[in-house]
Design a protein around this ligand. Structure first.
Ligand code: M1P
Length: 247
């Protein structure tokens, strides 16, 4: 049966479809397959294509839309159709000033451990990690706990907001060990411009609190926002909203 363009379900990835930075599990794949028989299915993640495609695993080719880096690198039915660059928006000089400042700030940070890849440059955003992105899963879990208590990332973001107030940047703490930086307006709502044809957009995310990277899209007038705590809660909600309903 032809699906109508009336409804689309749009999901955050980490904490919503998968455990943070983990791959999708088979119960979620099966649920999304059932859902796709009824409505369109898309994801919007802060991460880049490599990470989102790894995490979505066997369901990745089945996505109707895949908005990586908040939609700054967007695919429809597996094909790239839109790309935006932070380098062009900010200019090399400002970009360099910003990166240099972050590296100095991290060098002076006294935290229990540091690893490598403190700055990850992506198409549409910069990802900054005080511990370094190539820490192990155990080290990332430890950092998250430490950061919850010491607010290392929140302090860092506060400093950057003051120092670079005229750069027109947004900051989002979306995961466990890092935060994302991009021009204002390039948050997850950016992807909504590509979904004009849908009457109803159901958004599911876990970081829906103010300051979380799902907040803007969760509260946006174009979406019906649902806040979840983990993938199991997402599955439960999908049953209540779509799968267990006779249509
Ligand atoms: O999808 C949420 C976030 O996932 C990762 O965060 P972290 O590595 O800190 O757990 C990053 O890819 C980040 O960009 C993204 O927003």
């Amino acid at each position: 049966m032809e699906r109508s363009k009336k409804r689309i379900a749009l999901f955050d990835v980490d904490g919503t479809l998968t455990k943070p930075r983990n791959n999708i599990e088979s119960d979620m794949v099966n649920t999304l397959r059932e859902l796709k028989k009824k409505i369109y299915v898309a994801v919007v993640g802060g991460s880049d294509l490599k990470k989102v495609s790894e995490q979505m695993g066997e369901f990745f080719p089945e996505l109707d839309y895949c908005f990586t880096e908040n939609g700054l690198y967007s695919l429809k039915e597996g094909k790239l159709f839109h790309k935006m660059s932070i380098k062009d928006a900010l200019g090399e000089d400002r970009l360099k000033q910003f990166i240099n400042f972050c590296l100095r700030y991290i060098a002076d940070l006294d935290i229990p451990i540091k690893r490598g890849t403190f700055i990850e440059y992506r198409n549409g955003m910069i990802n900054v990690s005080p511990i370094g992105r190539n820490c192990s899963q155990e080290e990332r879990d430890e950092f998250e706990k430490y950061d919850n208590e010491k607010k290392i990332r929140a302090e860092f973001v506060k400093t950057l907001k003051e120092k670079f107030a005229d750069f027109n940047l947004s900051f989002a703490i979306g995961g466990q060990i890092s935060f994302d930086v991009y021009p204002k307006g390039w948050d997850k709502t950016y992807c909504l411009q590509f979904l004009d044809e849908f009457e109803e957009i159901y958004f599911f995310g876990d970081k829906t609190f103010e300051g979380g990277n799902d907040y803007e899209i969760y509260t946006h007038e174009r979406t019906k926002g649902y806040s979840v705590k983990n993938p199991q809660e997402t599955i439960k909600l999908l049953h209540e909203l779509f799968l267990d309903k006779e249509e």
